[in-house]
Design a protein around this ligand. Structure first.
Ligand code: BGC
Length: 247
């Protein structure tokens, strides 16, 4: 398989690195640049062009982006500028860089990477749910190893509120919650989810997965839980994998 420039656009940072898609590993050190504010298409495209220049990149680019994406077009924009809605991210980044571009939802990208190289490796039976806990809550559902794209379980309603505004990892920071208080919120969210889709396994991702031992004890739910293994790199690796699969 090929080497691909994988990029993960997040609410606070844009991360990128060249990935060996056969191994799921970085070929060189990754870089991170702050997400521009406002995160309008032109501004994000300028940052991605900066990354392309940094890596002297001329090949395919895979982009994980925090939105519902169908055939390159963004349908939502929860944690990025609203002007992305209706925009074709693949065309915008292609025009800015000259490179062929494949874009997909960021949590779907992270899920692809975890299923191939991380905590879901080798699981080709049953329903696996990957949740990314960061600025928002991203979700990816795999049924017998196949991705159901664009699941938006972070926006379920909890106590009349958008679930990610209650239980995302950054809520712990902004509200200065203890691990216990945040863990309880996360448990309530996970219970809501497990009662809707009855997964066989839930993989918890995002940067906070490296601190799993701090909140694991508060997550007593029915479904088997495990922390993600690729942490903040899953989105970059998965975006590259998705681009590698494109003709
Ligand atoms: C967005 C999702 C995204 C998630 C994680 C949510 O607010 O609606 O599309 O996957 O944040 O970034």
């Amino acid at each position: 398989m090929a080497e691909i420039l994988g990029i993960d656009v997040g609410g606070s940072g844009i991360k990128g690195g060249v990935i060996d898609t056969a191994l799921g590993e970085f070929v060189q050190d990754r870089i991170k640049i702050d997400t521009p504010n406002p995160s309008k298409p032109d501004a994000v495209a300028r940052v991605i062009k900066q990354m392309v220049d940094h890596f002297h990149w001329q090949g395919k680019i895979g982009i994980g982006f925090p939105a519902v994406i169908k055939n390159g077009v963004c349908y939502t924009a929860a944690n990025v500028h609203k002007s992305w809605i209706g925009a074709n991210i693949e065309e915008i980044i292609h025009n800015a860089t000259g490179c062929p571009v494949k874009a997909l939802n960021d949590a779907d990208a992270a899920g692809l990477a975890e299923m191939k190289f991380g905590a879901g490796k080798g699981i080709d039976k049953g329903v696996v749910l990957i949740l990314t806990l960061g600025t928002g809550i991203g979700s990816a559902i795999f049924v017998n190893g196949q991705l159901l794209p664009n699941a938006e379980l972070g926006h379920l309603e909890m106590d009349g509120k958008d679930a990610e505004k209650v239980a995302a990892a950054n809520v712990k920071e902004t509200k200065k919650l203890s691990w216990k208080d945040w863990g309880k919120r996360l448990k309530d969210y996970l219970k809501t989810v497990e009662n809707l889709i009855y997964p066989d396994l839930i993989i918890l991702g995002g940067g906070v997965s490296s601190r799993y031992e701090k909140y694991q004890q508060f997550l007593n739910i029915r479904t088997r839980l495990t922390p993600a293994e690729l942490q903040n790199n899953a989105g970059i690796i998965g975006a590259a994998l998705a681009a590698a699969e494109e003709e």
